[in-house]
Design a binder for this molecule. Structure first.
Ligand code: ATP
Length: 239
């Protein structure tokens, strides 16, 4: 593996019973990249994230995180290797304040996070900074998504995994959120963005992969994929 690679999967297969859903995935995320993983409903995107977060053991193949083999490890070990999943649906604790929800992201650490760490994360989320003492249940859907991402960042991940962060958000909020993702990437954070919104995701990503029935059917720079309208129509529908 190259020194620049954070994540590599090799011929990764996984499923829920007799048949594999993932049919041999070779995916690579380099340090500092924002990579989009695209595909229609049922293509296998969530299954891939389950394997990366330790919720599902692969049936064969390898996952390397910074040159360590991590396939099949338990979720807490995946976190130790720097994989942090921000799940679809966000898992907000509505009665806790925004600050408390975010600080929960550091719960696995031995040392308490320094206050300047929270401050540096909040720099990218001005909406949250203004509402730190508000019960999280009172936030809008988009603000809750931002909070979930901020919580993921508190774990100081080497790779932040985002599962459909735009789901259910109004277009203006989605745009704001994706602008923040691009800023986080510019800050040096490595991101794998799983999304059905191909056009939006490819507007901020560096590279992308398109999944169909558990296989990679296209990969390339975000610009190449964006220009391939036939591809977007065939696999990504409305985009
Ligand atoms: P979505 O955007 O709907 O989440 P996806 O690309 O994430 O789509 P997956 O959720 O990974 O797709 O599903 C891929 C295939 O695996 C589908 O055929 C789905 O029915 C099947 N599948 C998903 N979860 C399970 C499960 N727990 N048990 C059995 N089959 C499952």
């Amino acid at each position: 593996p190259g020194a620049m690679d954070t994540l590599i999967t090799r011929d990764l297969r996984a499923g829920y019973g007799a048949a594999d859903v993932l049919q041999g995935l070779n995916i690579r995320v380099r340090r500092g990249e924002l990579v989009a993983l695209l595909g229609a409903n049922g293509a296998g995107k969530s299954t891939f994230l389950k394997v990366l977060s330790g919720l599902l053991a692969p049936s064969s193949g390898q996952v390397l995180m910074n040159d360590a083999y991590v396939q099949g490890l338990a979720p807490h070990r995946m976190v130790e290797h720097g994989l942090a999943l921000v799940p679809e649906g966000r898992q907000v604790f509505p009665e806790l304040t925004v600050a408390q929800n975010i600080e929960l992201g550091a719960y696995r650490r031995k040392a308490r996070p320094a206050p300047e760490e929270l401050e540096s994360i909040l720099r990218r989320f001005p909406r949250l900074r203004d509402r730190l003492d508000t019960p999280a249940g009172l936030l809008s859907g988009g603000e809750q998504q931002m909070m979930a991402i901020a919580r993921g960042l508190m774990a100081s991940p080497k790779l932040l995994l985002l599962d459909e962060p735009s789901l259910g958000l109004a277009p203006a909020m989605t745009e704001e959120l994706y602008r923040i993702l691009a800023e986080l990437r510019d800050d040096g954070i490595t991101i794998l963005l799983v999304d059905q919104m191909a056009t939006l995701a490819l507007a901020v990503a560096d590279r992308g992969y398109v999944l169909e029935q558990g296989r990679v059917v296209a990969e390339g720079s975000a610009e190449e994929l964006r220009r391939d309208t036939a591809l977007i129509e065939a696999y990504l529908g409305q985009g």
